[in-house]
Design a binder for this molecule. Structure first.
Ligand code: BGC
Length: 768
């Protein structure tokens, strides 16, 4: 054992100079994150040489912030000790990071305690800022419906500014798990089922959070999570095991992480789950060979909450020391909440069961991260009470939250052009448990949100209507229970109205972590309400609230107008009114497929074909792939969504041949054939017809919005990059295999145009 005692490093030696910090930040922005410049690295080495094993284990440990608690958070209470004991631990060098606290004053107290520790290493403050900090934005799944990386980047930038103003340096976001099973509650936190959309949004959110220069006071370190495969838990059951082929890992689940790391993300959280029999927290292949080796990730890998200790429950560790040993050797740099590293790492090293080099390497990464954030230079960065007051809940961020919310809404059905509604001259009955309710606007993860800021539907609608008195509001039932006389009152209100808005769906606590559902339907009491209201014969517009795709039934499925409105955050009422009355056109598209029935899960549009696919015009043909009681298709597949005008695609143009290694220039004419100006999303998917491994029936490779006046048309180009044609071959390498490819160009869920090209070895492409 070497150099564990104090060797007298001076303050000057471990106070990193601004220049070095800026250099580190520039490297982060360039995607070579967290390799400190040479002299800074030398100072980190000097610091490591000065640290005791106990201090090293302290830097590798993070805990729920009990100094500035925010009330109920999702996680179970583990190792709670109270603010005073936590401050003592910080002074003793036993804490490297605190998470899920909010507010500058408490953070300053904690940082002052850290600066009283022997080596004066500053704390870093993290939090689960998943869709807004003080100002709550739509859940990430909703935001994904905008299909707009630039919008997501803008949102993440604004959220980062507000987060940093509240004394937080690091967010445990974005969640980039690809999720194809809507029973899993955490679908709400990610970008849905598609690899390309997930990857683009992952990178955009990282850029937005980190802002290109991590040591700026308004930059927030990003944490693409959960590495890796969590979205594929068996049966959609929370925390369950994952079994996955290597090709599926590489083609579907790794790309969003690769994109986020390439955008400079400096941290990740390991998945809680078992992966092919080895829980990720103990999985050296994933956390070291793949994460560090293949993806060249140089930042900090944090365990999930108590996940190192959970290795005992998984049955791969005998006891706490064994669990800590597994985790550090696999590649977990920081232990979250269990306290296992503080309690056991020093003894494990002294006993020769963990090499000190493994500990030092993790400490080096954590210190490099603190350096990249500029914390050695200014431990009180982002801890300014004046900024906290000025830069939170500003009119600008609220306007952006409203814009993102309107862009998240997806119009799924609009029979007879029932929508948009006129602002005057209609009596409207707003029926359902979410009509006048602010408790269910946000969905999961909104711990620091201002509860008084939420705009419910009734408030938003009244503000937009010419005559607010034309709106009546009736709950009809509770989220999951009947109300005495509720349905009768709702039916009476419907009879008195010209149009019914039915605000139904999931309660705010029905999705998110720990909220797997065996049946992803509208709760029974609300379904009964919907049937009774539909029986009045009045036109019904369903305003669906949800944190996942739902399997719609009966009167909800069959309503003439249907809007997917997710959990839109504090500006819900205004955003829904904007779209209902046509101030804003609905432009969202589904980032997850809505199935016919729960039993179809897991389901995604980019499945591989069966040997006996059902013909499109006979989905229930005997002896073909379908269920007895549902087709092998989605009710509203990925990408579905309408606007208030109509578009037509013509003139798809794709070269007949391309040389492998070249991009494929796809062009198509889009015409607005409706009567209103509007925006649509054009997308290009490909299908590799014959390959050494079976390929998805289609997979999106490019997408783009186009805005046109009535009657106008435009040629839209959708370049498919050379890399987009690569597959994981039967041999396990990544390559383009020569042969025929189909290009499928579509708008929403309309019938697509299809063209094909041949990919040929370079030199034999000829003229295409
Ligand atoms: C979740 C993480 C989260 C962590 C800290 C865990 O239960 O899986 O996503 O970042 O808690 O709150």
């Amino acid at each position: 054992m070497r150099a564990d005692g104090y060797t007298g490093v001076t303050d000057a030696q471990h106070t990193l100079r601004r220049r070095d910090v800026l250099r580190a930040a520039a490297m982060v922005a360039a995607g070579v994150a967290f390799a400190p410049p040479a002299d800074a690295a030398a100072r980190i080495s000097a610091l490591i040489a000065a640290m005791t094993l106990e201090e090293k284990a302290g830097q590798l440990s993070c805990f729920n912030d009990e100094i500035r608690p925010v009330g109920a958070v999702f996680n179970p209470v583990v190792a709670a000790r109270g603010a005073a004991a936590m401050l003592d631990d910080i002074r003793a060098g036993r804490v490297g990071m605190l998470f899920n606290g909010y507010g500058v004053a408490g953070a300053r107290r904690a940082q002052e305690a850290a600066l009283e520790s022997r080596l004066r290493i500053p704390l870093v403050f993290a939090a689960d800022v998943i869709h807004g900090c003080r100002t709550i934005f739509p859940i990430p799944l909703a935001e994904a419906a905008a299909f707009d990386p630039a919008l997501s980047e803008r949102a993440a930038r604004a959220v980062a500014r507000e987060t940093a103003a509240g004394g937080i340096h690091w967010t445990f976001a974005p969640m980039v798990d690809v999720a194809r099973d809507q029973r899993w509650g955490r679908v709400a936190e990610g970008a849905g089922e598609d690899v390309l959309l997930g990857s683009r949004l992952a990178a955009a959110r990282v850029r937005g959070f980190q802002g290109g220069d991590l040591c700026r006071a308004d930059a927030v370190l990003a944490t693409p999570k959960h590495f890796v495969g969590y979205g594929a838990v068996r049966g959609g059951m929370e925390y369950a095991a994952v079994d996955m082929s290597d090709a599926e890992l590489r083609e579907t689940h790794l790309p969003p992480f690769a994109a986020a790391f390439a955008a400079g993300a400096g941290a990740t959280i390991a998945s809680f789950t078992d992966f092919n029999g080895i829980p990720v927290t103990a999985n050296r292949h994933l956390l070291t060979d793949v994460l560090r080796g293949e993806l060249a990730f140089a930042g900090v890998c944090v365990s999930d909450y108590d996940a190192d200790r959970e290795l005992i429950a998984h049955g791969v560790a005998a006891d706490e020391p064994d669990a800590a040993r597994h985790a550090i050797l696999a590649g977990i740099d920081m232990s979250m909440q269990s306290g296992l590293y503080v309690r056991h790492l020093p003894a494990l090293v002294r006993a020769g069961r963990v090499p000190v080099e493994a500990v030092d390497q993790a400490v080096r990464r954590v210190l490099a991260l603190k350096e990249a954030l500029g914390l050695f230079d200014d431990p009180f960065r982002s801890l300014d009470a004046g900024v906290e007051t000025r830069a939170t809940a500003t009119p600008a961020i609220k306007a952006l939250a409203r814009e993102v919310a309107t862009r998240s809404i997806v119009l799924l059905r609009n029979d007879g052009e029932l929508l948009p509604l006129p602002r005057a001259g209609r009596r409207i009955a707003l029926i359902g448990p979410f009509g006048a309710d602010t408790a269910n606007l946000n969905g999961p993860w909104s711990f620091a949100g201002d509860p008084r800021a939420g705009v419910d539907l009734a408030t938003g609608l009244r503000a937009a209507m010419a005559d607010a008195g034309a709106l009546t509001v009736e709950a009809g039932c509770a989220v999951d229970a009947d109300l005495p006389g509720g349905v009768e009152r709702a039916v009476a209100a419907a009879h008195r109205a010209d149009v019914v808005l039915l605000a139904i769906g999931e309660g705010g606590d029905m999705s998110g972590e720990g909220n797997s559902r065996v049946s992803i339907t509208v709760p029974a009491a609300q379904q009964r309400l919907a049937e009774a209201v539909a029986a009045t014969g009045k036109p019904v517009v369903v305003l669906l609230r949800h944190g996942r795709a739902l399997a719609l039934e009966g009167a909800v499925r069959d309503a003439p107008a249907l809007l997917a409105t997710w959990f839109l955050g504090e500006q819900t009422g205004h955003a829904v009114a904007d779209v209902l009355f046509g101030r804003v056109e609905p432009t969202g598209r589904l980032p997850v497929s809505f199935p016919f029935a729960t039993g179809q899960q897991p389901w995604s549009y980019d499945r591989r074909a069966t040997g006996r696919p059902a013909p499109a015009d006979a989905p229930m043909a005997p002896g073909r792939s379908h269920w007895r009681d549902a087709p092998d298709a989605a009710l509203y597949p990925f990408g579905s969504g309408l606007g208030y005008t109509r578009f037509r695609l013509t003139d798809l143009n794709v070269p007949a041949r391309i040389a492998i290694g070249a991009a494929v220039p796809v062009a198509v004419r889009v015409t607005n054939v409706g009567a209103r100006r509007g925006t649509t999303l054009v997308r290009a998917d490909i299908h590799d017809r014959v390959a050494s491994r079976t390929q998805p029936v289609r997979r999106m490779k490019a997408f783009r919005h186009v805005t046109l006046d009535p009657g106008a048309s435009s040629i839209v180009t959708l370049p498919i990059m050379a890399r987009d044609l690569t597959i994981i071959t039967a041999r396990g390498d990544r390559a383009v295999e020569p042969g025929m490819f189909d290009v499928i160009v579509a708008l929403g869920d309309q019938a697509p145009l299809v063209a094909s090209f041949e990919a040929v070895a370079r030199g034999s492409a000829g003229t295409g």
